[in-house]
Ligand binder design. Sequence first.
Ligand code: DX5
Ligand code: ZN
Length: 212
Amino acid sequence: MICAPSLLAANFVCLEKQLTTLQNKGITWLHYDVMDGYFVPNHSFGADILKQIKAQFNFVYDVHLMVSSPKIFIEFYKSLADVITIHIEACNTIEEAKTMIQLIQSYGIKAGISIKPKSEVESILPLLDEVDLVLVMSVEPGFGGQVFMMNSLEKVKELKTYKDKHQSKFMIQIDGGVNKDNGQLCKEAGVENCVVGSYLFQDLEHRIQEFQ
Ligand code: DX5
Ligand code: ZN
């Protein structure tokens, strides 16, 4: 299972040191949360910060767009991201979501679709053969440090069953409240990529290996 540390939980006073630690310990993905204050009641980072990080570090940059108008943000991140994930709840129709996914992929970037805790897998079924990644939110998006919702594992199992049956390419990712214990359950349920924020950064040196 790939571990994608969430930059949101980093200590920005010693960011360079923490990113170096991640890189030296073999972490390959970096999860980058983008918030607009509308889709979620919070703000995080703009694209310039990712530009600076990318100039110095070599990660797979996994941009999670928690925004109401993904199109504008896809343009901001198209030269920086390796993966861009949008939310199904930010799209008015499934066709709109499909257009966004195609737009992301047209830039040579992997496209992900995410569902919030109250959304069902069913809401993204027509997209499962198009996307490169499906992100199951295991907390309400917007803030780090929340408690993992166990029922998100049911959605993971549902996705895993679909994936096996259809030999789909999408990677199953989970985000929110992941720690050592539920991380193991995620893996067993079929998660291939787990985003870990506060739990990891509370004791970076020791906890990285818990996810390797
Ligand atoms: C929440 C973000 C997450 C968050 C995860 O809205 O999408 O990526 O940073 O942090 P933890 O692991 O602390 O829940
Ligand atoms: Zn996220």
